[in-house]
Ligand binder design. Structure first.
Ligand code: SF4
Length: 237
């Protein structure tokens, strides 16, 4: 089996409920989508990065692991594009007693269920229609998959949290609809966090708008947090 990796590096986790932790990032190459705020555009082509045999990639991970690493984050691109390879690599990391973390847009619940057994921390990212991830015709199919992934992760007992990126273009009514759909699937007791992440450097939402999004989530889940990407502020990759 082969895997195409874009890069592998240690840095500070800049997003979500584990921000601030020393993390080994394994960035998989390839993502077929087109979010307008994507900050890893160079890793989107399927042929970006370098191809390795799985055994070579495992050795690379082993060599790259620094002391006191809190977790290994499989990111991208979108790691689900190479679900089989990610399962193998995550299994390898878990054997070393280091927690694994999946950062995906959850576009395919079938691929997601293949990887889930080997992941300890699951971020379920929900895209909003104006993210330009997919066109509006295909959006309902994406949402269906994201909700299925949420149900699978929360039902498996894995540490599961939700992230939604918002921008000045995000429409409040659509955001409210998304929140309603999410809490139609899980109760607040089943999730470890709900992160509203403002875009950085492009179509940034103002404070008024951010608080409107916060208020839309709070009645369902008072643990909601607005958390910008930490790594952008400390010059980390
Ligand atoms: S899903 Fe992630 S990697 Fe793919 S285009 Fe959107 S932000 Fe970029």
């Amino acid at each position: 089996m082969k895997v195409r990796l874009f890069e592998i590096f240690t840095s500070v986790e800049g997003e979500g409920i584990l921000y601030g932790t020393k993390t080994l990032f394994v960035r998989l190459a390839g993502c077929p989508f087109k979010c307008f705020y994507c900050d890893t555009k160079e890793a989107l082509p399927m042929q970006s990065g370098t191809e390795y045999e799985i055994g070579e990639a495992e050795k690379l991970i082993e060599k790259s692991l620094e002391k006191n690493t809190y977790k290994v984050n499989f990111t991208g691109g979108d790691p689900l594009v190479q679900a089989e390879a990610v399962s193998e690599l995550a299994k390898f990391v878990q054997k070393k007693k280091i927690p694994t973390y999946l950062e995906s847009s959850c576009f395919d619940s079938g691929k997601f269920s293949q990887v889930l057994p080997y992941i300890d921390y699951v971020k379920i990212e929900f895209k909003t229609p104006e993210s330009e991830y997919v066109d509006r015709i295909h959006y309902s199919k994406l949402l269906e998959n994201e909700l299925q992934c949420l149900e699978l992760a929360a039902g498996s007992g894995k540490v599961t949290y939700i992230k939604i990126v918002v921008s000045s273009r995000t429409e409040l009514e659509q955001f409210r609809g998304l929140v309603k759909a999410i809490f139609g699937i899980v109760s607040g007791a089943k999730i470890a966090g709900f992160i509203i992440q403002p875009t950085y450097g492009v179509a940034e939402p103002d404070l008024k708008k951010l608080l409107e999004f916060y208020d839309a989530v709070y009645p369902h889940y008072d643990g909601v947090r607005i958390v910008p990407q930490l790594h952008k502020f400390i010059g980390a990759p």
